[in-house]
Design a protein around this ligand. Structure first.
Ligand SMILES: CCCCCCCCCCCCC[C@H](O)CC(=O)SCCNC(=O)CCNC(=O)[C@H](O)C(C)(C)COP(=O)(O)OP(=O)(O)OC[C@H]1O[C@@H](n2cnc3c(N)ncnc32)[C@H](O)[C@@H]1OP(=O)(O)O
Ligand code: NAD
Length: 721
């Protein structure tokens, strides 16, 4: 909807009204067309202001309308914006809150733009698998120049009003009432010529060596896109703006959009947009929910253990403005941590332009220092005995009602809770390394965890800029539990004839930031080795005879154990699945040693190497992971497929343009995933993780409903358990 009124005698004021973000749904487009017409035909109106209600100009096209073309009735955006630009009375956009996508394109069709100092603007279509196709790709480069437009359009980043003013994207920044400022401005420009204000008439400012610039940008975009097509189309559209007359550029924009609009990538990215919001509306099996559970404020927090994770967590907490008590018992670590935290904070302040959060942190070598904090995050070694002791101490030292959280990546949160006087005040806060940078936070509730605590931690995650996902307690929670069968398949494929490079290449071509073996080298092979030793799975020399590759009746690959026996821990030792120039170096190169190592191993176990195709790598690794994802859903550990997908996109480098593992399964076709799992399970009866789980079978039997309908089938499956 839109509202129209005449203000200050001669200014037509059009207000967009469409909660939550004044998105340009069909009804709004109708309203704009009608009210613009009204203003232009009223002789008393000399100029026009367009603004949005509730402190938000416009969040762009209504993304929900994109689900089907049939939804897209109503006046199209492009002619609507053209008619505003062609108006013979000045039209001023009053931008409060933000102008994004189609919202900014609407503002670019206006003759002037005034933004509030706290407003942000951007063309984020690329993040939805699209390009700015209501003239944005053609008008923005004409207004602010090709390099700046490329930077905004290919990344989709939001910029501040100050940056927009500097770029010439807005004409004025207002500190107080933006609509009042825009009305005043509109009065002052009434009657003036608009010839120099219609951006579609502009030429792009000349760029020296244009071809080289576009080649360079295209090269960079291809590298970072990891197979996403929208960023490439964005470069092509801007190139059209730079090289073609406006009308032909618009035609090119339309053609490129037609390709993107119906693509699977656009569907996946738009699914991710909504999934990210769905996971914020968490629920627990007890029925407790985000909208009925209230947290309480946290003023002071503590971190126990200042190793890799504790340092990052301390920084993330301090950056929210909280007071933090940071505890480390080992002298050397204590001194190093202080320095490292201070460096990280300085770098963060430089990056964000925000003031340093140094003063908020106090360091201690004694647990007694946490007596008066509201919330503790434990990040000591992954050792159940040690963690139990720490939780007993915390329970004795902390004031009653203190929330106790653990950053364990695999251990039983409920077992830790049972060490305390108030087990309902214990949850897992599973951060990812580096904890001050990585966006994901798995919030792990146990059967006794209070909804109040989950609400507190979800809110704290948000303040730290994390995407928080509430999940149930089981070994590895959601992310690491699903990673295990994926990694196992990668090892089995090595035994059967693949190389680390072959497997990683297939996974990276699929879009993963790094293949399984590069990730393993980065995080350190010794981490998993230690866990497997504690579980009694490791045998010296990998074991011998038929049982060497079997543990607890299922297939086991001792390859990782053998690598560790040789001191090949990955990047930290300069040798792992790849070789590195020196310990700590990141440039992975294939190691000829690996060839003889694998040949010897296969000979010892009577294995004959065969050719492994990329298809087999993807199917075995990804479908094993997806199958475990169905088990996670069946067990009620994740509330829905969106939770799993967001965990994988934000925590495990899953390519966002493929929507997450469960969305991907839906795109491939559940019946195909089921058929391929059955095929591989039959060929490998010693790999139970390849046996299709009953929820997958049930979904296929229910006609493979789309991913947003799975919850209904899951509810039925759970009620039968
Ligand atoms: C053969 C076929 C040929 C077909 C050719 C078709 C041609 C079609 C021509 C189309 C022309 C293209 C026009 C344009 O270029 C395309 C676009 O504009 S795409 C949209 C671009 N905009 C965005 O990406 C902005 C998205 N929103 C945000 O980033 C944020 O919401 C915000 C605006 C910064 C506000 O952030 P917050 O305050 O944190 O709020 P939330 O994010 O939590 O959102 C609140 C609520 O609003 C919902 N929502 C937000 N934006 C939109 C939107 N644009 N459309 C619909 N709904 C939106 C969001 O989902 C939340 O609701 P909830 O999900 O929680 O219910
Ligand atoms: N490293 C990762 O990538 C990662 C990712 C997610 C979660 N985690 C989890 O985070 C936790 C910490 O892992 P890390 O990699 O930071 O370990 P780390 O070995 O780097 O650091 C652990 C720190 O805890 C300190 N410590 C031990 N006992 C202590 C005590 N009683 N009081 C105070 N400090 C004590 C140690 O001195 C050490 O500095 C583990 O549970 C791990 O599973 C690690």
């Amino acid at each position: 909807m839109t509202q129209y009124s005449r203000v200050s005698g001669s200014v037509g004021l059009i207000t967009l009204k469409n909660p939550p973000v004044n998105q340009l749904s069909a009804v709004v487009r109708h309203g704009i067309v009608d009210t613009v017409q009204k203003a232009l035909s009223d002789p008393k109106v000399k100029s026009v202001v367009i603004c949005g209600q509730n402190g938000m100009f416009c969040g762009g096209a209504d993304i929900k309308e994109f689900q089907t073309l049939a939804n897209m009735r109503g006046p199209p955006l492009i002619p609507m914006i053209h008619s505003i630009e062609a108006a013979d009375k000045p039209v001023v956009a009053a931008i409060e809150g933000g102008a994004f996508g189609g919202g900014l394109e609407l503002a670019l069709g206006c003759h002037y733009r005034i933004a509030h100092s706290k407003a942000k603007v951007g063309l984020p279509e690329v993040t939805l698998g699209l390009l700015p196709a209501a003239g944005g790709s053609q008008r923005l480069p004409r207004l602010i120049g090709v390099p700046a437009a490329l930077s905004l359009i290919t990344t989709g980043r939001h910029i501040t009003a100050a940056e927009a003013l500097q770029l010439g994207l807005v004409d004025q920044v207002a500190d107080h009432n933006t609509v009042d400022a825009a009305v005043k401005f509109a009065l002052s420009v009434a009657g003036q010529s608009l010839d120099a204000r219609r951006i579609s008439n502009f030429q792009c400012p000349p760029v020296p060596n244009m071809d080289a610039l576009f080649e360079d940008v295209m090269q960079k975009v291809r590298t970072t896109a990891r197979g996403a097509i929208a960023p490439i189309a964005c470069v092509q559209a801007v190139r059209a703006a730079a090289t073609l007359p406006y009308t032909q550029g618009m035609q090119r924009e339309k053609e490129l959009m037609a390709t993107l609009f119906t693509s699977g990538q656009a569907r996946a990215l738009q699914y991710c947009f909504f999934a990210q919001r769905v996971v914020g509306r968490w629920s627990m099996p007890s029925g407790a929910r985000w909208d009925t559970s209230k947290g309480r404020p946290i003023h002071k927090a503590a971190v126990i253990g200042l190793g890799t994770m504790g340092r990052g967590i301390t920084v993330a907490l301090a950056q929210t403005g909280l007071s933090v008590v940071a505890v480390e018992t080992q002298e050397k670590q204590f001194m190093e941590a202080k320095k490292a935290v201070s460096n990280m904070l300085e770098r963060g302040a430089k990056r964000s332009g925000k003031p340093l959060a140094h003063g908020k942190i106090t360091y201690s070598q004694s647990l007694q220092a946490v007596a008066d904090v509201d919330l503790v995050i434990e990040a000591v070694f992954e050792d159940m005995g040690l963690k139990k002791k720490v939780f007993q101490q915390l329970s004795a030292v902390c004031k009653p009602g203190t929330f106790l959280c653990t950053n364990t990546s695999t251990l039983d949160v409920d077992e830790l809770a049972s060490q305390t006087h108030q087990p309902e005040l214990v949850v897992g806060m599973h951060f990812f390394a580096p904890a001050h940078i990585m966006k994901l936070l798995e919030v792990v509730y146990g059967p006794r965890s209070s909804p109040e605590l989950v609400a507190v931690v979800m809110e704290l995650g948000k303040k730290m800029g994390k995407v928080s996902v509430a999940v149930g307690n089981c070994r590895g929670f959601v992310g690491n539990r699903m990673l295990k069968p994926y990694r196992d398949q990668a090892y089995f494929l090595l035994e059967e004839g693949a190389t680390p490079q072959l497997i990683d290449q297939a996974l990276e071509e699929f879009g993963f930031a790094m293949g399984a073996f590069k990730v393993s080298d980065l995080s350190g092979l010794d981490v998993g080795w230690k866990v497997r030793k504690e579980e009694g799975l490791v045998q010296p020399g990998g074991g011998s005879g038929k049982s060497a590759r079997i543990r607890n009746g299922v297939r086991y690959s001792p390859l990782g154990d053998l690598m560790c026996e040789q001191g090949r821990f990955g990047q930290k030792t300069g040798r792992g699945w790849y070789q590195y120039d020196k310990p700590g170096s990141r440039d992975a190169r294939p190691d000829p040693w690996m060839h003889s190592f694998l040949e010897e191993y296969r000979a010892r176990h009577g294995l004959v190497a065969r050719r492994i195709s990329n298809q087999e790598v993807l199917e075995r690794c990804l479908y094993a992971m997806i199958n475990e994802g169905f088990r996670v859903l069946e067990d009620g550990i994740a509330a829905g497929p969106e939770d799993i997908d967001i965990i994988y996109v934000f925590g495990y480098g899953w390519p966002r343009h493929r929507g997450g593992p469960m969305f991907y399964a839906n795109m491939v076709g559940l019946e195909i995933v089921l058929e391929r799992l059955e095929h591989y399970a039959q060929a490998n009866p010693d790999m139970p993780t390849l046996q299709p789980c009953s929820l997958l079978r049930k979904l296929v039997a229910s006609g493979s409903p789309p991913v947003n309908k799975w919850k209904e089938v899951i509810k039925n499956v759970r009620s039968q358990l």
